[in-house]
Design a protein. Structure first.
Length: 494
């Protein structure tokens, strides 16, 4: 603890965002370039080095947060990078994409603004790359064992890197044409520019990990054939089976799933397309779903110059501070203003919204369209806390493009992977596994959203590290890799 009074003398200051009018004209990250390092040492100095740091329990990776806060306050970037990478393979991802449950568990947050842990993490990761502190770490020798990892999202990449570094020969299979999973085509560039992803892939290739893009297991390669080729298989295919909205008019043209819409916008940024076939330009857009995916659609539609964008959230508008039902150190459901919502608020994309672009406690009743069968309106009703409609609250929103962002229920069954292997599923539709991350099929393990269900990137990386430890133990009989979580662990709740 560099300054025992740092939390008293220094106020919380976050990485500043670029002006709204500037950033909505491009797809670059929303933050002011170079504005984090000048403030971050003082921000890290606010850490109290608690006797019992609850930020550890709030983070499934077990990040050594007080240690690297102290090192950053002293500007010892090499040591800070070593401590950060000791528990997290990809801190530049989590430093941008994780909602920071660690900050909700910060002891300072009991009665003051929390330490900007997420910003400190991003600063360490970026400085480590800039200073050459993240060289490839190939193994000293190979084990002679082979592992296939199916899926290249954060869980799959973390598992692959851990297993490669202890000497196993690892190949990562991805059905899309580029590596990265949802980080590649689901996350917009304004949240995380893709060069961060490319850097890590390059590092992993230099360490010895092999990548096989455009290869769908179950379709391009039979699942049993893959299993026969490798000593172990890790399934990290994500929970990409999206939830539907079964209301009248759903069959109308112009109603799409969020994960049909977002990848096309990302492909425009990748240079694959000049214009997205589902571009929101000049259209009245309604997003059904109040989560992060809906916010990603919101920011994308704003950049595509939609005529209007409104986001519907079935939950009531949350309070701005913790309530008794969300006690510290749990992650509270409070009103948060993401970069996309800030943009929508300032640009007034939804004049009828309750706040920023959102209509809260709003449930979709039906869609209506024109004579050509294209959607033109969304009919909604206000609901109470039990989600029952309130009489007399029906209203209509113009809608030329409707995006459904209602979450995901489990792995996609379309490629045949689940059925070909005969994998057991649990009551939620996710892949069942035992306490050692093993499925009912010998030699096949499951990690990430495919088994846990839809979750946060920090949990996905923790799953990848934990399943790597399980696979290594299965192959060698030894405990060489850290296992930060078990398959049944869940976030802290009241």
């Amino acid at each position: 603890m560099a300054d025992p009074k740092g939390f008293l003398t220094t106020s919380r200051q976050e990485w500043p965002r670029r002006p709204v009018e500037e950033r909505v004209r491009d797809w670059d990250e929303v933050y002011v370039p170079g504005a984090l390092l000048p403030i971050i040492s003082a921000q890290a100095n606010r850490c109290m080095d608690c006797g019992i740091p609850f930020c550890h329990d709030a983070c499934p990776l077990g990040n050594l947060i007080p240690e690297w806060n102290d090192l950053v306050s002293r500007e010892d970037w090499r040591a800070a990078s070593e401590r950060l990478h000791a528990t997290n393979n990809f801190p530049e991802f989590t430093g941008r994409l994780c909602p920071a449950p660690c900050e909700a568990g910060c002891v300072l947050a009991i009665n003051q603004p929390a330490v900007t842990i997420k910003n400190v993490e991003a600063a360490i990761a970026d400085r480590a790359w800039a200073d050459g502190l993240t060289p490839p770490r190939p193994p000293d020798r190979l084990s002679g064992r082979t592992v296939a990892v199916v899926g290249s999202g954060p869980a799959g990449l973390a598992a692959a890197q851990q297993l490669t570094r202890v000497g196993h020969t690892v190949a990562v299979y991805e059905r899309d044409d580029r590596i990265g999973g949802l980080m590649r085509y689901g996350i917009p560039g304004f949240k995380m520019e893709k060069h961060h992803l490319e850097r890590r892939i390059g590092q992993m290739e230099a360490e010895g990990t092999k990548f096989r893009a455009s290869t769908a297991i179950g379709r391009d390669i039979g699942a049993e054939e893959l299993r026969a080729r490798y000593d172990a298989v890790v399934l990290a295919v994500g929970a990409t089976a999206w939830r539907e909205l079964p209301v009248p008019g759903r069959e109308l043209a112009g109603i799409h799933q969020a994960m049909e819409y977002l990848p096309l916008a990302n492909r425009v940024c990748e240079g694959d397309l000049d214009v997205s076939p589902l571009s929101a330009r000049g259209k009245h857009v309604v997003i059904v779903g109040g989560g992060d995916t809906g916010a990603d659609c919101l920011g994308t539609a704003v950049r595509e110059e939609a005529a209007s964008v409104t986001q519907l959230d079935i939950y009531p508008q949350p309070a701005t501070e913790r309530t008794e039902t969300d006690p510290w150190p749990t992650y509270p459901k409070i009103y948060r203003l993401s970069a996309a919502h800030e943009e929508a608020r300032d640009l007034v994309t939804a004049p009828a919204a309750d706040a920023d672009a959102r209509l809260f406690a709003a449930s979709t009743l039906r869609f209506t369209g024109d004579e050509t069968g294209h959607v033109r309106a969304l009919h909604l009703v206000e609901v109470d806390a039990a989600r029952k409609p309130k009489p007399g609250t029906e209203r209509t929103l113009p809608a030329d493009l409707v995006l459904l962002a209602l979450g995901f229920s489990g792995p996609d069954r379309g490629d045949g992977l689940v059925d070909q292997l005969g994998l057991a599923l649990d009551e939620r539709g996710t892949i069942a596994r035992d306490a050692g991350f093993a499925t009912n099929v010998p030699g096949v393990f499951a990690a990430g959203d495919a088994a846990r269900g839809q979750s946060l990137i920090v949990w996905a990386i923790a799953e990848g590290r934990a399943v790597a430890a399980a696979v290594d133990r299965h192959l060698t009989g030894s405990d060489r890799l850290p296992s930060p979580i078990g398959p049944y662990d869940r976030p802290l709740r009241a």
